[in-house]
Design a protein around this ligand. Structure first.
Ligand code: PGA
Length: 252
């Protein structure tokens, strides 16, 4: 995959079916997506198939799950496999969101297994990383993110890694209204690209899309996305309102 500008909307546990379809339809009808850029919608699992249907025929809109199970299939009551996602036309899976790390105790090791499973089905992981406020204040934020990448991604081959999208999401900026400054985002994205370069070489590092997430809004999206190492955003709250997300898409 080559490096792209991407606006991904993570709906989390929001919307009814009706409201979700209306939102997806509005994005499909009204999105002005610049050449080569991509929009990704990540609705709750229950609505995935309907959102795939509602957006089908639009070349620049893909649909992502917010999670999946690490095993191929079997006795895992309540879980969803990558094969199921693939069978309904889902192309991406968000992995390692900080809410899943915190509330569902997802470890770097578990996420490595999920990354492998998603790649084995030919789907694209959107791998989330990012530090808490306490870690940033301790000055360890770069080492912390480096360790997340090391333990969950850096076992991959070059070819496998070429299918990874990374989302840097500082936990202190998620849902708080406090956005990382464009300098803070650029600094971390540059570090992440440097780590990829060290592990996989400059070409692969340059072709990896690294998104910023954490209180991205219409008012700050352009400033963030204009940073040289910021390739777009993973957007929570502002992706729930068609007008806001459409504005963010238009800044790609
Ligand atoms: P937010 O969420 O945009 O509401 O801060 C981002 C995310 O959690 O992906």
């Amino acid at each position: 995959m080559s490096r792209q500008k991407i606006a991904a909307g993570n709906w989390k546990m929001n919307k009814t079916m009706e409201d979700g379809i209306a939102l997806a339809t509005a994005i499909k009808n009204d999105a002005v997506v610049s050449d080569g850029a991509q929009v990704i919608l990540a609705p709750p699992s229950l609505f995935l198939q309907k959102v795939v249907e509602a957006t089908s025929g639009h070349d620049s809109i893909a649909v992502a799950a917010q999670n999946c199970h690490q095993e191929e299939k079997g006795a895992y009551t309540g879980e969803i496999s990558v094969g199921m996602l693939q069978s309904i036309g889902v192309s991406h899976v968000i992995l390692g969101h900080s809410e899943r790390r915190e509330y569902f105790k997802e470890s770097n090791q578990l996420l490595a297994a999920k990354v492998d499973r998603v790649l084995s089905a030919g789907l694209t992981p959107i791998f989330c990383c990012g530090e808490s406020l306490a870690i940033r204040e301790s000055g360890e934020h770069i080492a912390f993110v480096a360790n997340q990448l090391q333990e969950s991604l850096f076992h991959l081959t070059n070819e496998q890694f070429s299918n990874i999208i990374i989302a840097y999401e500082p936990i202190w900026a998620i849902g708080t209204g406090v956005t990382a400054s464009k300098e803070q985002a650029q600094e971390m994205h540059h570090e992440i690209r440097g780590l990829i370069s060290k592990q996989y070489g400059k070409d692969l590092a340059e072709s990896t899309s690294i998104l910023y997430g954490g209180s991205v809004k219409p008012a700050n999206a352009k400033d963030l996305f204009d940073q040289p190492d910021v390739d777009g955003g993973l957007v929570g709250g502002a992706s729930l309102k068609a007008d806001d997300f459409l504005t963010i898409i238009s800044t790609l």
